[in-house]
Design a binder for this molecule. Structure first.
Ligand code: MEV
Length: 309
């Protein structure tokens, strides 16, 4: 059996504006992973994909290019110059909550593609994996920027601008994030669509907001390079204010953001599509547990502490 995993992700700064060509910063979250396993069979039945969490069994030959997992399987097999319907069972499962802003779909596809490459004994270059997974993101998200598949395939913090090569980086010193789930599922496709409709209706106002987000993402890059965590926290707060103006926040998100700030976070914001899903808080290492505890006490559905290195 061959096994591969892929991490979740959070957007530190810049979601939504990134769809419109502005920069964004994203980091992987290795505390929650998606996993794919591949085993050979000898029954001539072809390739079966078992999506355990979705309770689905998909025969590769029965699905066209509108099904994300079979699509990435086909693309990976073609890339590997393998027969199009091998006698393999591929099982995928994940700890990453769906529709929560943590990149669950991209992580599942990435784990699957990595497992296929490993099973074929070939190295999986991050740019190749990312390009394949992007095709499944188009099914999940409509008009994705490509940031989720990129940060998950590279497995490293990235500076990202759509249609440009990503710049993976390592911060000069580690920093800590507390991630808390509102418990509200919110598909990214819907929030991205809502922002697009609002941008079309009021292009001038939305363009100004995207530009303001771009400026604070650029400032955030400098803050990370200098290890200036109080400034980074302030920029996250400003980003949250602009996301509220884009109308992708929610009362549940704002309640958890308020709790995190009240418990000593340096800054906090929603992360990903918004209107539900997860919020993130930047903390000093010593504040991580008190902030996590306050979020649990406030009813967060899942709390994860991650250190970005
Ligand atoms: C989703 O993680 C981030 C969004 O900006 C969508 C995208 O970039 O494709 C909301």
């Amino acid at each position: 059996m061959t096994i591969a995993t892929a991490p979740g992700k959070v957007i530190l700064l810049g979601e939504h504006a990134v769809v419109y060509g502005r920069p964004a910063i994203a980091v992987p979250v290795w505390q929650v992973v998606a996993t794919a396993e591949v085993v050979d069979r000898a029954d001539g039945a072809g390739c079966l994909i078992v999506a355990r969490d979705l309770d689905r069994e998909l025969w590769l030959r029965e699905h066209d290019a509108t099904e994300p997992l079979t699509l990435v399987t086909r693309l990976a097999l073609a890339q590997l110059s393998l027969p199009p319907d091998p006698d393999w069972t591929i099982t995928v499962y994940s700890e990453i909550p769906m529709a929560s802003g943590l990149g669950s779909g991209a992580a599942l596809s990435t784990a699957l593609v990595r497992a296929l490459f490993a099973h074929a004994g070939q190295p999986a270059a991050p740019e190749t994996v990312s390009a394949i997974v992007y095709e499944s993101e188009r099914i999940y998200h409509g008009t994705p920027s490509g940031i989720d598949n990129t940060v998950i395939a590279y497995g490293a913090p990235i500076w990202f601008v759509k249609d440009q090569p990503p710049a993976p980086f390592r911060p000069p010193a580690p920093f800590t994030l507390v991630i808390a789930h509102t418990g509200v599922a919110s598909p990214t496709r819907e929030t991205v669509g809502a922002v697009r409709a609002a941008w079309q209706a009021d292009t001038k106002r939305y363009t100004a907001r995207f530009d303001a987000i771009a400026a604070l993402v650029t400032a955030g890059r400098g803050a990370i390079q200098r290890g200036d965590w109080p400034l980074l926290g302030m920029l996250m707060d400003e980003n949250q204010a602009l996301l509220e103006e884009l109308d992708v926040s929610s009362l549940e998100l704002e309640r958890l953001i308020g709790v995190a700030r009240g418990a000593g976070a340096l800054g906090a914001k929603l992360s990903g599509g918004g209107r539900g899903g997860n919020m993130i808080a930047l903390v000093d290492e010593t504040a991580a547990e008190p902030v996590a505890e306050a979020l649990r006490a406030a009813g967060a559905a899942q709390v994860v502490v991650t250190t970005v290195t």
